[in-house]
Design a protein around this ligand. Structure first.
Ligand code: C2O
Length: 553
């Protein structure tokens, strides 16, 4: 196995999109940031040097970080942020994971522009469990604002209102040529520069690694006239299945094979919103890239446009998400030690008594938006990281009383009393013994709106053993559990107005955030953290912290 050494300089750069120049945070001046490519079993050592003006951390989304929780990255959870002028080296080994993951800033809304792909090729001396593709292309779906994303979230936090929606979706940082500057007097010929071109040759197979790195929007993705064979998700292989459309929640990745089996030409690939929240404004634009047969590279014909599902096409989402099966025999715990039930949803809090109505509290009916799990709106500490407080036994930073179930049973998909709209803020962790077998039912609520929530767990992959709509019923729904070949994921798209059941074994000691990967929801508190205790053996304990671990004061 190899150690790959990289340097990430966090720095401001000017980036021109949608005919305007913005100054955004980047890694090494690149937007999106550099692609890291390794093999399963390799080690990464990435020195992050903060030359920007904000605190920052980098998270390696989906990397299990076995016993290396200090390298996970969420600010105030596993480390204090890297201050401007500071640096920190993330060092970890990828074991047993193959496929596509990604990395992103885990501090304020910096991940809007500070993100990139992490490609994990098969372990040295092994191959894909399918015929070796002729080429591989990475497609990072993103979201772009004609504003500084940090200002967008600061304004939302100040007013209590929903943040401004984005101005465009992007593929590898480009909105694509459905946008043009011609109405603003720019040369039409510049437009093509805004479009990513993915090459293919007739008869060839291309492995597309698709990542939803958007901030706040689940996305549909499709290519005109080409079918996808899905072979992996979240760096685990799945039993191949074919589909013409993908849906990815933010945080999720999907690996698909496409064949150059169509007449040589140019075909649009396109992404746009899957919008399950009701009566909420959303960015309804479409981003495109072009799949181009090499022999058609000089063709001037317009690419063929695919048909995308309707914005609210939940049946297509369900058909897709329930098609995943793990490729290997799954190691799902058949018995469980911890049976947990977490609600995931929004809420509304009253405004402070002396607020200035025109300045603050611009949420619905004089309230401000909030969000919670089990009616606890998660708040981060600011003097220590949770992991440091746990390992060093520092008191008063968190409590270990995150509830195993909501404060009372209610109709999660119905209207509920005001007391359940108003979660209380807390820094509550749920303690797990090393090796315990955990089941979590994730139940969407209809408080404010039902919505598809991409729930991400740090430090673990989990099996999604069932999903459904309505209120989860422990008596009847447990008969639907797939304990044979459920998919292994790090992010579960919990169905709108429904539920998903996940299982994992708590074999990675540390403090691990679980949160909605819609960034606006984590801003509002849709998060909690597990504290997984050390086991008895040396290999069952977290490693000591690195010497350059940033501290807060
Ligand atoms: Cu991809 Cu906590 O994040």
């Amino acid at each position: 196995a190899v150690t790959h050494v990289h340097q990430f300089v966090i720095q401001e750069a000017s980036v021109k999109r949608l005919c305007k120049t913005q100054h955004v945070m980047t890694v090494n001046g690149m937007y999106p940031g550099p692609t890291l490519e390794i093999k399963n079993g390799d080690t990464l050592s990435v020195k992050v040097i903060n030359k920007g003006k904000y605190n920052v951390t980098i998270h390696w989304h989906g990397v299990r970080q076995m016993r290396t929780g200090w390298a996970d990255g969420p600010e105030f959870v596993t480390q204090c942020p890297i201050r401007p002028g500071g640096s920190y080296t993330y060092r970890f080994t990828v074991r047993g994971q193959e496929g596509t993951l990604w990395w992103h800033a885990h501090s304020s809304w910096l991940r809007a522009t500070v993100y990139g792909a992490l490609l994990i090729q098969p372990r040295e001396g092994t191959n894909f469990p399918f015929a070796k593709p002729d080429r591989q292309s990475t497609l990072l779906l993103g979201e772009w604002w004609n504003a500084n994303p940090v200002d967008v979230v600061r304004e939302a936090t100040r007013t209590g209102a929903a943040p401004n929606i984005s101005d465009a979706y992007t593929i590898n940082g480009q909105p694509g040529d459905l946008y043009n500057c011609s109405t603003q007097g720019f040369f039409f010929s510049l437009i093509k520069l805004n479009t990513v071109v993915v090459p293919i040759s007739s008869g060839e197979t291309n492995l597309l690694r698709v990542v939803n790195s958007a901030m706040n929007q689940p996305l549909f993705f499709t290519i005109a006239n080409h079918k996808f064979t899905v072979v992996g998700a979240d760096a685990s292989y799945v039993k191949p299945f074919t589909t013409s459309v993908l849906m990815l929640g933010p945080g999720q990745t999907t690996d698909v094979l496409i064949s150059g089996d169509q007449p040589a030409g140019r075909y649009y690939m396109a992404a746009r919103a899957y919008q399950s929240a009701q009566n909420a404004p959303f960015d309804n634009t479409t981003t495109t890239a072009i799949l181009e047969y090499k022999s058609a590279a000089c063709s001037s014909a317009n690419p063929i446009m695919p048909r995308l599902p309707a914005f609210n096409d939940t049946p297509t989402v369900t058909a897709f998400s329930t098609s995943f099966r793990s490729r290997e025999r799954a190691l799902v715990p058949a018995q469980i030690d911890e049976s947990l039930f977490f609600t995931v949803g929004l809420g509304l809090n009253n405004c402070p008594p002396n607020f200035n109505a025109s300045q603050q509290c611009q949420g619905p009916n004089g309230t401000r938006f909030t969000a919670s799990m089990n009616n606890v709106s998660f708040s981060l500490p600011s003097n220590f990281s949770l992991l440091q407080a746990h390992i060093q036994g520092i008191r008063g930073v968190f409590t270990s009383d995150f509830p195993a179930a909501p404060p009372r049973v209610f109709d999660y998909t119905g209207n509920v009393s005001r007391s359940l709209w108003q979660p209380a803020t807390g820094t509550k962790l749920y303690r797990l013994k090393y090796g315990s077998r955990v089941q979590v039912v994730l139940q969407d609520t209809s408080i404010v709106t039902p919505e598809n929530h991409p729930i991400h767990l740090h430090g673990y992959d989990f099996y999604i053993i069932a999903e459904g709509f309505g209120n989860y019923n422990p008596k009847t729904d447990s008969s639907k559990f797939n304990l044979v070949d459920p998919p292994l994921r790090n992010t579960a798209a919990v169905p709108v107005g429904g539920w998903a059941v996940i299982r994992f074994v708590a074999d990675n000691p540390g403090v691990w955030l679980m949160h909605c990967h819609l960034d606006v929801h984590i801003t509002w508190g849709l998060a909690m953290a597990f504290l997984v205790e050390d086991g008895v053996g040396k290999l069952e304990a977290i490693e000591p912290p690195p010497e350059d671990l940033p501290i807060c004061s």
